[in-house]
Design a protein around this ligand. Structure first.
Ligand code: NAP
Length: 279
């Protein structure tokens, strides 16, 4: 599987499986097992998805060497920066996944208080130094959150996982991340299904026809062709395979620009400056 190299030298597979709303229990286990059999080697989970245990079990049962699979999870609650509670939370992710180390641990959402972000980051740095997390990063951080974090960080975030799709192309943030050597990971590539309706769909479908590709494949290829990590979620075998095969699709620069032109600058997920997912 093709990889990008992070700012710490570690490699991240360009393409992976998202698992938000992949139910804990049989569905999460079976979906991850199916994806691994197809060749997926990058799984994105989070404490908030309540499926870390099943995902860890599927990875262990798959028989694939641990070193060949890249696993991301995310710390959800900030506990007002209480170190002991935060450690408990990180340790719980390690024990639920039960796969030794975690490849990438992210702060899932920024706290409006920069000191709390700094405290959590320091802890992530400690776990990285101990080898429990191979890389650390952030998610949903806007430029102002990053600028504050840089004031105290000893280790630069390796990634920022953010909402990114043809209706929200994150022009300014993408440029900023590139300038700071922070890898962008896209979440919500299908904009909560909005790319499958209206004018955007018609434009994407037309582009897809020239490559004999589905709209989902065009979107995944559009992200990959621009150096973004793509982690679409599906629980269906055919879609998992379609999404996986999009890795082989090369779009022309002209088509990439056409898709960039669909940008509405509109968010379909929570606003990082106005959410309470960290509480
Ligand atoms: P998504 O991947 O944009 O969309 C998933 C939806 O698209 C599901 O309803 C899925 O349905 C459908 N789908 C998947 N492949 C398809 C295909 N080939 N054709 C048609 N429909 C298809 O949304 P997401 O799950 O919200 O985002 C992806 C991943 O990003 C998440 O799973 C999670 O790991 C991560 N994420 C991170 C954050 C964050 O705050 N860091 C926020 C949101 C998501 P079926 O499953 O029924 O196929």
């Amino acid at each position: 599987m093709e990889t990008y190299t992070l700012n710490n030298g570690k490699k991240i597979p360009k393409f992976g499986l998202g698992t938000f709303r992949v139910e804990a229990g049989a569905s999460a286990y079976e979906t991850v097992m199916m994806a691994l059999k197809m060749g997926y080697r990058h799984i994105d989970t989070a404490q908030m998805y309540y499926n870390e245990s099943e995902i860890g079990r599927a990875i262990s049962d798959s028989g694939i060497p641990r070193s060949e699979i890249f696993v991301t999870t995310k710390i959800q609650k900030h506990h007002d920066g209480d170190i002991e509670k935060l450690k408990e939370s990180l340790d719980l992710s390690l024990s639920k996944l039960n796969i030794g180390y975690i490849d990438l641990m992210l702060i899932h959402w920024p706290n409006p208080q920069n000191e709390v972000n700094a405290t959590i980051w320091q802890l992530l740095e400690d776990y990285k130094r101990k080898g429990l997390f191979k890389s650390i990063g952030v998610s949903n951080f806007l430029i102002h959150h990053l600028e504050s974090l840089f004031k105290t960080a000893k280790i630069m975030p390796a990634v920022n996982q953010v909402e990114f799709h043809p209706l929200l192309t994150q022009v300014a943030l993408k440029k900023y991340l590139k300038a700071h050597d922070i890898q962008m990971i896209s979440y919500g590539p299908f904009a909560r299904g909005k790319v499958f309706e209206g004018k955007a769909f018609e434009a994407l479908e037309k582009i897809g026809q020239t490559y004999d590709a589905t709209v989902a494949q065009v979107i995944i290829a559009w992200g990959l062709n621009q150096g973004v990590v793509m982690i679409p979620k599906s629980v269906h075998e055919k879609r998992l395979l379609d999404n996986f095969n999009a890795q082989n699709l090369k779009l022309s620069n002209e088509d990439i620009e056409k898709i960039n032109g669909l940008n509405q600058g509109k968010k379909y997920y929570s606003d990082p400056d106005n959410n309470i997912n960290y509480l």
